[in-house]
Design a binder for this molecule. Structure first.
Ligand code: PLP
Length: 344
């Protein structure tokens, strides 16, 4: 019996998305071809575009499909022509490393700049004041980009109401496949493609569309509109672990995420112990290199290094169960009892 509590790293694919993808993989057709098979692929892509747009209250023609959330963030930051770009310190590396001239958001925002702010943080779940900052940016004739990769499907996300110009999404965080994303580009915003080649995606993203992946994204987006309230499960975890230090708990959070430290026990030890018990979580953020590095998010929040080193992230999703929560709580309590008895 395994218990997967790492939905912010990636979510299990929804059965309906998998079925639709299998069907799409089996048919031939380049969505740019004008013949019947090409038109069939084009229709599949356009149907998915409508579903992805509907998830975030955008127009279908504002959706640009990409190969990941990372690519969407890079396209936003590198495709817009702006002299100055600001990002908050807790952004995902795919924002922070997209350019080497990004300024910290605590500086005064210059006229006509681009500001990038995530809607929900992937490590702590903290919800950021995107609409408020967008108001300031717009008053200075700037552009606002929002990385909504972790917010979509977990809280209602409204592209139009947030007042942003650009928004990044990723299929595999909402029950779709890995390797597909989208950048929502507000009508009228000019974007230069960072990939050079064909004129796909209204010349904003060159390259033959990943038809099956996009189909899976569309089905997942349609299902993700029906948001499951995971707060009761998350709250049950936190209530059962009074010795844990829970980060960002005093502000608004997406309901599926809990970032918590077991004081005195390294995150690596926790991960390995829980894994042996069949419980899968991650440390702070899931590091792409497979190595654990200190969390830049907790550091930016002023969390002391020795406590940050003991922080893990539990993230729930569309198929999480009470049994998953019970297994995690039991594993956590057993390790805590063992380590603190030994320490006493
Ligand atoms: N933005 C945030 C907030 C994320 O959590 C992630 C992935 O973890 C990404 C962007 C990148 O998305 P992808 O994995 O599709 O490249």
């Amino acid at each position: 019996m395994v218990h997967y509590l790492d939905h912010n790293a990636t979510t299990p694919i929804r059965p309906a998305a998998l079925a639709a993808m299998s069907e799409a993989l089996a048919f031939t057709g380049n969505a740019s071809s004008v013949h019947a098979w090409g038109r069939r692929a084009r229709k599949a892509v356009e149907d998915a575009r409508e579903c992805v747009a509907a998830l975030v209250n955008a127009k279908p023609e504002e959706v640009v499909f990409t190969a990941s959330g990372t690519e969407a963030n890079n396209l936003a930051l590198r495709g817009v022509t702006c002299a100055t770009i600001y990002a908050s310190a807790i952004e995902h590396p795919s924002v922070l490393k997209a350019r080497d001239d990004i300024r910290p958001l605590d500086e005064q925002i210059e006229e006509g700049s681009l500001v990038s702010m995530m809607l929900a943080n992937n490590e702590t779940g903290a919800i950021q004041p995107v609409a408020e900052i967008a108001g300031h940016v717009k008053a200075r004739n700037g552009f606002m980009h929002c990385d909504a990769v972790q917010a979509a499907g977990r809280i209602p996300v409204d592209f139009a109401a947030l007042g942003v110009d650009l928004m990044s999404l990723s299929a595999h965080k909402i029950g779709g496949p890995q390797g597909v994303g989208a950048l929502i580009v507000r009508d009228g915003v000019m974007l230069a493609s960072i990939l050079k080649g064909g004129g796909q995606e209204r010349s904003q993203r060159a390259g033959t569309e990943n038809v099956a992946g996009i189909v899976g994204f569309g089905v997942a987006a349609a299902e993700a509109r029906d948001i499951r309230d995971l707060a009761p499960l998350r709250d049950r975890i936190e209530a059962a672990l009074p010795e844990a230090v829970v980060f960002a708990a005093d502000g608004a959070r997406i309901p599926n995420t809990s970032c918590l430290a077991m004081p005195g026990v390294a995150a690596e030890t926790q991960l390995m112990t829980f894994d042996l018990a069949g419980v899968m979580v991650s440390a702070g953020s899931a590091c792409s290199s497979g190595k654990l590095a200190r969390s830049h998010v907790l550091a930016a929040m002023g969390v002391a290094d020795d406590l940050a080193d003991c922080a893990i992230r539990v993230s729930l999703g569309w198929n999480s169960t009470d049994a998953d929560v019970d297994a995690f709580v039991a594993a956590w309590r057993a390790l805590y009892a063992r380590t603190h008895r030994e320490a006493a």
